[in-house]
Ligand binder design. Sequence first.
Ligand SMILES: NC(=O)c1ccc[n+]([C@@H]2O[C@H](COP(=O)([O-])OP(=O)(O)OC[C@H]3O[C@@H](n4cnc5c(N)ncnc54)[C@H](O)[C@@H]3O)[C@@H](O)[C@H]2O)c1
Length: 271
Amino acid sequence: MKATAETVGKEQKNRRIKMRFSTKSVVVTGVASGLGRAIACLLANEGAKLVLVDRAREQLEELTAILRNSGTEVGEVVGDVSEEATSRRAIALAKSQYGSIDVLINNAGINPTGAIAETDPSTWQRALDVNLKSAYLFCREAIPHMVEAGKGVIVNTASIAGQRASTAESVYGVSKAGLIMLTRTIARDYGSKGIRANAICPGVLESVMADRLTRMSPDQVAARDQRFAPTVPLGRLGTYEEIAKATLFLASEDASYVNGAQLTVDGGLTA
Ligand SMILES: NC(=O)c1ccc[n+]([C@@H]2O[C@H](COP(=O)([O-])OP(=O)(O)OC[C@H]3O[C@@H](n4cnc5c(N)ncnc54)[C@H](O)[C@@H]3O)[C@@H](O)[C@H]2O)c1
């Protein structure tokens, strides 16, 4: 199954597809590009009702239009995920439009680079706000509704950079390690209320994150790919679609006994 907007709808007609999310209300952040977009398309293919959040208005509206045309119910929220108002609007929209928040996927992120002495305080704070505080804010808004319903699922997009130190990714790694622990505390505190929380930890992907692309030339990206691919036991970098599929597994009833886990999806890079 290809996770592109173009395949949405066509895939729904494919009778072999499991519809694990039909009637489920799913809030996803960071959907305007990359992994979030792939997650949103796969969820649409499996019948989810979506609230999509991103700060990139144009790309968000384009995706929303494609998904609506394919018959998916979609609400959209344009905003900065590190601001409380954005999480309030998104969760309130899901509740008013669909009556529940069944799944929350905190995926938005940025990827500042540099060792600690090269990281200025504003970069440090911004990374923690976008990559970690945002997930706290969205969870804080969603969890009371999930507790009331007696069920709910949270998936946070972390990274292998949050599991072990990566060169020159200091604050990024710190933010993702924090996100993993946020996930685990939720799993422990709210498992008894029927809520599952898990983190997904992608390795090195074929596609460099959008904000990092602004600092890297195509030649630098190609050099990065050539450097990393041979170090992965599977011999290649991962795709957004592969990570999105693993995310949907955690979000679905297929993972009904998975709680507080870190699902590493890195082709064996950190094995
Ligand atoms: N690409 C990789 O190699 C890789 C590896 C491991 C983990 N990840 C994680 O996967 C997630 C998605 O990464 P991606 O590769 O798709 O990156 P991306 O840059 O393509 O997408 C990130 C999305 O988040 C949105 N976003 C960023 N800051 C925001 C903010 N403050 N408010 C609202 N929206 C905001 C962007 O507009 C964009 O749509 C991130 O959390 C990232 O850390 C990516």
